[in-house]
Design a protein around this ligand. Structure first.
Ligand SMILES: NC(=O)c1ccc[n+]([C@@H]2O[C@H](COP(=O)([O-])OP(=O)(O)OC[C@H]3O[C@@H](n4cnc5c(N)ncnc54)[C@H](O)[C@@H]3O)[C@@H](O)[C@H]2O)c1
Length: 345
């Protein structure tokens, strides 16, 4: 086979094309992300630790590399390279920006570069929805949903939780910045249901059956287990909000035990304090497969570190869809050295 038949075409997929490829497919994407968790649980993935690039002169910033490989019917390798610069909010632009590179599983050749921040937000939101769907089984259907941290991730999570056929009667929001909370209440939660803006996280928690934590808190700020005495489901997407006593008072479900017990997440801090990890009840895969059942008479906390395999699974479907619809920019001749010994003289 000629080299140029073997090398896949290289294409770039813009954010607008990513958005078009994902439009109207939330339920399908929730199922797809559940499929990714199942492949991960079955050992059909490789998901090494993320690498955190940090900067002494910009301590709040980081860029994370998430290399991963997905087998099974997905069969793609790749890497997400995602920046988090919280100071961007003051510039009026999003905190996070990202690229996703897909590599061909047969040759290793990178065949696509996709705008990654929308894919990252979608996989995060879909993963929260997969967990919420599985973890409310055996409980009353949630009627009151509250968001602490009113940013882009909370907006995406709200869109995906709205696919779960819950009969939500009341939404609530709290943010350290009251302006963000009000804007979120009006622009994201507005319409139909009762919408409340709380000036304290504690009041919101007491008033919610499902609590979504999507802040940028670097260290725990919710320490009192009594706030959770009504046994809510807590989607702890931002990972560092809950004090150790809150973690110890709950059933804890994670996406991947080795991953989430790193980088000073609340569960990592709890492991450091107690010297063990017995407070982790299991993974989402364990819940999906029935190996672990979560109690209805305790708070349940889902702490997802965020697996690169989820980005790959969503990225691969975006790339396929965009390619099928002629919505990619192909870069002809991107890989130039295609013969080991050069052209014949
Ligand atoms: N686990 C995962 O897979 C995953 C994936 C993507 C993002 N995240 C995390 O989700 C979080 C939210 O991301 P985003 O893009 O929406 O950020 P964002 O900056 O757009 O919004 C975060 C909001 O949280 C608010 N906030 C900060 N500290 C708070 C506190 N103590 N109490 C209440 N509000 C507070 C900020 O004012 C801001 O409005 C980040 O921590 C990010 O790292 C997790």
């Amino acid at each position: 086979m000629a080299a140029d038949d073997t090398i896949p075409a290289f294409s770039v997929v813009s954010g607008a094309a990513v958005e078009r490829a994902l439009h109207g497919r939330r339920r399908e994407l929730i199922d797809l992300v559940e499929h990714a968790y199942r492949l991960h649980g079955q050992g059909d993935t490789v998901n090494p630790p993320s690498y955190f690039l940090r900067f002494p002169d910009r301590p709040s910033a980081r860029i994370i590399a998430l290399p991963a490989s997905v087998g099974g019917d997905v069969a793609v390798d790749g890497i997400k390279w995602i920046s988090s610069f919280p100071t961007n909010l003051a510039l009026g632009i999003p905190r996070a920006s990202a690229l996703l590179i897909l590599n061909d599983a047969r040759t290793g050749v990178p065949f696509a570069c996709l705008e990654g921040s929308i894919i990252s937000a979608v996989r995060t939101a879909a993963s929260a929805a997969v967990a919420a769907r599985a973890l409310v089984a055996g409980r009353d259907t949630p009627r009151r949903v509250g968001y602490i941290g009113a940013g882009l991730i909370a907006r995406y999570i709200h869109a995906y939780l709205s696919e779960l056929d819950w009969k939500v009667e009341q939404y609530a929001v709290h943010d350290l910045d009251a302006g963000y909370a009000t804007s979120f209440a009006e622009r994201v939660l507005g319409g139909g249901a009762d919408v409340r803006v709380h000036d304290s996280a504690a009041a919101l928690i007491r008033d919610s059956d499902v609590v979504v934590l999507a802040t940028t808190a670097a260290t725990p700020h919710l320490h009192d287990p009594a706030l959770f005495a009504h046994h809510p489901l807590v989607l702890h997407v931002s990972l560092r909000d809950l004090g150790e006593d809150v973690v110890l008072g709950a059933a804890n479900i994670v996406d991947d035990v080795e991953h989430v017990l790193k980088a000073n997440t609340s569960v990592h801090l709890t492991e450091q304090r107690t010297g063990h990890r017995d407070f982790i009840d299991g993974t989402l895969y364990d819940v999906l497969t029935g190996a672990v059942t979560v109690p209805a008479d305790r708070p349940v906390i889902f702490s997802p570190f965020g697996l690169g395999v989820l980005d790959l699974v969503v990225g691969a479907t975006v790339h396929r869809h965009a390619t099928d619809h002629g919505d990619v920019t192909t870069v002809d001749g991107f890989f130039h050295e295609l013969s080991r010994h050069g052209a014949a003289r």
